[in-house]
Write a protein that binds this ligand. Sequence first.
Ligand code: SF4
Length: 281
Amino acid sequence: MGRLCFDCPRRCGLDRGVAKGFCKEDDKIRIAKIIENFMWEEPCISGDKGALAIFFSGCNLRCEFCQNYQISHLGKGEKYTAEQFRNLLESFDISKYSSIDLITPSHFSTLLHEALADFKSPIPIVWNSSGYENSEMIKKLADFVDVFLPDFKYYDRELSHNLSKAKDYFEVASRAILTMREVMPENIFNDEVLAKGVLIRHLVLPGQTNDSKKILEFISENISQPFVSIMGQFTPMGGKLQSRLKPLEYKIVLAHAEKLGLTNGYFQELGSANECFVPDF
Ligand code: SF4
């Protein structure tokens, strides 16, 4: 029997060589797409050269409103062992990018740790995740991750259950983000690029300004040196959330962030609430 998977808080406890858990992935790393010089992240991640963006297939959260639905829910992509993934990464000329952006990697945590634990990267390795992760795993990942870029999606249990089948999302993600801050206590920049640190993303959902406010309050009360990206680009993708975010809702959340002193970070122009900004896979 192979290793039983407890990589994420779903704790399926399955041998992924013979069965698939919630993330629907087996015992290989699967990559849906690699985009070179990817400029669509926050400026401190994209830098002036863009990121080497690696989009992993599958997901341990599978949100109703996922903007990468085709890769997170439908299962597409090429499979790699840990060794093959390392070789793949080494085949790129890393000097051409500002960062290595590992996108939705949590359900491959053990394999990626095996591949990269001793990988000496001259540019930051970014762990771009849903925030639904185990604290113990975050501590291990700090062996090779330079920048944690977690989403912080929901406060309310019913909301996270309804949209991501994870009642415990806030409890788990808040603990994971506190651990990220613990293992990466300072935000350190190299020119304009975040070389070490934690950037917390929050996507404001239509009709959920109070939930957003609670998330921001937690950040302001508990996270030292908070660095946040408050996003208003919600795009209905089918499923349970069909309305667009109203400009006023986004403004209310931004005003609350300012009131809390969360002014270090990014916000978006609401004109970007358009599907043409969603990557096409
Ligand atoms: S990574 Fe996948 S199989 Fe492993 S515990 Fe999480 S959802 Fe289950």
